[in-house]
Design a protein around this ligand. Structure first.
Ligand code: SF4
Length: 733
């Protein structure tokens, strides 16, 4: 079996007709009905953001030097860490050379800003030095990365005081730093200013947002001082645009008005595209957002017009009360619907609002409260409309438009509640849940077929779309990925590329044979013992990956007791710092044990000796109560084999991938989940992993075996993969 690092496939040629047919249907949802996705009519109010006001110019004729791209080039590979990326870029340039008679624009979308910046600052200059022609490249980040000068001015003038009237020092300091930053910056990009602690929240109050942008009506737009719109203008003439998944999806949702027209698309880190699409298409609203809409409109009115009329104040107070009562009841329903034995002790389980649930008394009660909120929001909107005559149009010609922005935003939030509880839309799943960090209740909606919407809106009409990632294929099949992004029915060109790493000599896979059951009270103590022994034996340098933060906390406490008298440091996610802080401490002080969940499974790049062992506590199956997962499962013949298993297999590959980052790296991965050995599906996990050296033995033998293997390299005698895997009856050695 070939070890894989890079997977990619492309859709092109024959599939184009199908894309175009889907495109016209998909786009009509947005543009022909004249309503926002939430159903708000445009007839009275302006659209939420008149984004169409920037006209993407037609592409200029190809420069003579670009003609070189017509010659098809072979895809070359080279050894070394960047070979996978090189191939991606080769694919990109091959597209432009072979697919069209003239140079066409290529959009490259990554998931993270880090990779976006790396592509722009390292890979593109490298391509430029290597290709026999010049091209123009532009970096286009997500909207929230840019300051909105209009929002900033409003925020600057708002008092920075706490509820008790005292100064909010952190906010005052942030504003002072922003004043210095804005006096110097050319791009208004948040990566140019260091943000700590609360600063992330403060930044959002000044960041550009589609809900609160006057676009062509804004003075900053007209005078070309708006950072966000300037970044989009800069992209107009670019041949290659590097952007992120979020902006690509925003472009798809807004009918192609965010990115310049492009014929070719390269999606890097494509394994995260489906999740990014679900996130982009998921709508949420909580008590805070609804109250913010009501209060924001009143605050603006007071500042721009003066004291609101009695009718406006009464309507706003009624609306506020309806919001508070609705969410009080939602909290009650969520509390009463929790299972006796919590699935995830740290979080409340969501309550799906489907046809069966809508006839149950507690949801009927919520529906009545939603109807009251809808009535009162309509009354407030009418009261504000009636007060429109007082608007100071002479001193502020955009006053009506600003008021419309508040009203449109409020209405779209109320619409979400109304759709969830009273008027569900087809192909949407609605549920009540809680925000992960704050635990506050939210009403949420997501498409049940995100993949199809993605295909219709993002890929339709493109000459070619290339997807690349180290983890797209399961057992050399792209079926799971293709289903997720809506390409299952299309023909695709697929490639599985060899890894640049020699895992047989670089990695040791450890499979303990005497693991406790996951529900056994002694399991976490066993994990602690194994991790502690390994860290003692190799002097820290260990990353432990969890699927549950509660288990992480438990093991962190036990490890702290165990390492209290040693020089080892325990770094636990969310307990000892943010992900970025912990990673930097881990690299600075390798005598550490780093414990992480969720985001630590991928995107962590710790090359060299600082990371020599990865311990995986459980196989990363998604929690079965996730409403979207349940809805997707319901539409499949074999939900476990088609969805849950491939998803977990890819996640495990990502976790395994944290270990070897360079050709000189060596290290061990320990799988602590007994199901790998005694469930038939365990074979799917083992077969998906790179072909590494294998050690099978008792848990208490692991630490010396790993230390010996790391010290002596390949000279140590271990059971071969073939003999070792005899203990794993489901796996072909
Ligand atoms: S155009 Fe929009 S983003 Fe730019 S400053 Fe004006 S309101 Fe803010």
């Amino acid at each position: 079996m070939l070890t894989r690092l890079g997977n990619c496939f492309a859709t092109s040629g024959a599939s184009r007709a199908a894309f175009l047919a889907s495109s016209s249907i998909g786009c009509s949802k947005w543009s022909l009905t004249g309503r926002t996705p939430c159903g708000t009519s445009y007839s009275r109010h302006t659209p939420p953001a008149p984004v169409a006001s920037i006209a993407w110019r037609p592409r200029r004729p190809p420069r003579p030097s670009c003609r070189a791209m017509r010659r098809p080039r072979p895809i070359r590979s080279r050894s070394g860490r960047s070979s996978a990326r090189m191939v991606r870029w080769q694919i990109g340039s091959t597209i432009t050379s072979s697919a069209s008679p003239s140079f066409r624009r290529v959009v490259v979308a990554t998931n993270t800003i880090t990779l976006q910046e790396q592509l722009f600052s390292k890979d593109i200059p490298f391509m430029r030095s290597w290709l026999p022609f010049d091209f123009k490249a532009s970096l286009l980040k997500g909207r929230a990365n840019y300051v909105s000068l209009r929002r900033w001015n409003r925020y600057l003038n708002a008092p920075s005081r706490r509820a008790d009237g005292s100064w909010f020092d952190d906010e005052v300091k942030f504003k002072l730093r922003m004043l210095v930053f804005l006096a110097q910056t050319q791009h208004g990009d948040r990566s140019e200013i260091k943000l700590n602690g609360f600063d992330d929240l403060f930044w959002l109050r000044a960041a550009s947002t589609p809900d609160d942008c006057l676009a062509a009506h804004c003075e900053n737009f007209k005078t070309q001082r708006c950072f966000y719109w300037n970044s989009r203008r800069a992209a107009q003439d670019a041949d290659v645009i590097v952007t992120n998944h979020a902006l690509l999806l925003a472009d798809a949702l807004k009918g192609g008005s965010v990115l310049p027209p492009h014929e070719h698309l390269v999606v890097d880190e494509a394994h995260q595209l489906e999740e990014a699409a679900v996130e982009a298409l998921t709508m949420r609203v909580g008590e805070g957002e609804l109250l913010e809409s009501v209060d924001g409109a009143l605050t603006w009115f007071r500042a721009a017009v003066g004291t609101p009329s009695e009718a406006v104040r009464r309507a706003a107070a009624d609306c506020r009360q309806a919001v508070v009562e609705l969410f009080r009841e939602i909290r009650t329903v969520l509390g009463e619907r929790q299972p006796e034995i919590p699935v995830r002790p740290s979080r409340e389980e969501p309550v799906v609002i489907d046809a069966a649930n809508r006839v149950v008394p507690d949801i009927i009660g919520l529906s009545k409260l939603a109807a009251i909120l809808d009535e009162r929001a309509t009354a407030l909107r009418r009261a504000l409309d009636d007060a429109g005559g007082q608007l100071p149009m002479e001193s502020n010609p955009h006053a009506e438009r600003e008021l419309d922005l508040f009203i449109t935003q409020m209405q779209s939030r109320v619409d979400l509640v109304v759709h969830a509880l009273l008027q569900p839309r087809p192909e949407r799943l609605y549920w009540l849940g809680t925000e992960r960090r704050s635990g506050r209740p939210l009403v949420q909606a997501a498409p049940t077929a995100a993949g199809r919407e993605l295909q219709e809106r993002a890929f339709a009409g493109k000459e070619t779309v290339v997807f690349t990632s180290a983890t797209l294929a399961v057992a050399d099949s792209f079926a799971y990925f293709k289903r997720g992004v809506g390409l299952a029915a299309l023909s695709t060109h697929e490639m599985v590329l060899a890894s640049p790493f020699d895992y047989l000599s670089q990695a040791l896979l450890c499979l303990p044979t005497d693991l406790r059951e996951l529900t056994d009270p002694g399991f976490l103590e066993q994990v602690t013992t194994v991790v502690g022994d390994i860290a003692d034996a190799i002097d820290g340098r260990t990353l432990v990956l969890f699927t549950s933060h509660l288990q992480l906390q438990d093991v962190a406490e036990r490890l702290r007791v165990r390492t209290a008298r040693s020089h080892l440091t325990v770094l636990a996610q969310n307990l000892d710092g943010t992900r970025r802080q912990l990673l930097s401490q881990f690299q600075e002080n390798p005598h550490s044990i780093l414990l992480g969940s969720s985001s630590f499974w991928e995107g962590i790049d710790v090359p060299g000796d600082a990371l020599s062992c990865v311990v995986i506590v459980r196989l990363p199956f998604r929690v079965p109560s996730d409403p979207l997962q349940r809805a997707r499962s319901a539409s499949l013949g074999d939900p476990f084999g088609q969805l849950a298993l491939p998803e977990a297999v890819l996640r495990l590959k990502q976790g395994f991938g944290r270990l070897i980052r360079r050709q000189s790296d060596r290290g061990a991965v320990v799988l602590m989940d007994h199901r790998i050995a005694n469930r038939t599906y365990g074979a799917a996990f083992l077969e998906a992993l790179p072909r590494a050296e294998v050690h099978v033995g008792h848990a208490d033998e692991l630490a010396p075996a790993i230390a010996q293997w790391l010290t002596r390299g390949q000279n140590v005698r271990l059971p071969s993969r073939e003999s070792g895997l005899r203990d794993f009856p489901h796996v072909e050695a």
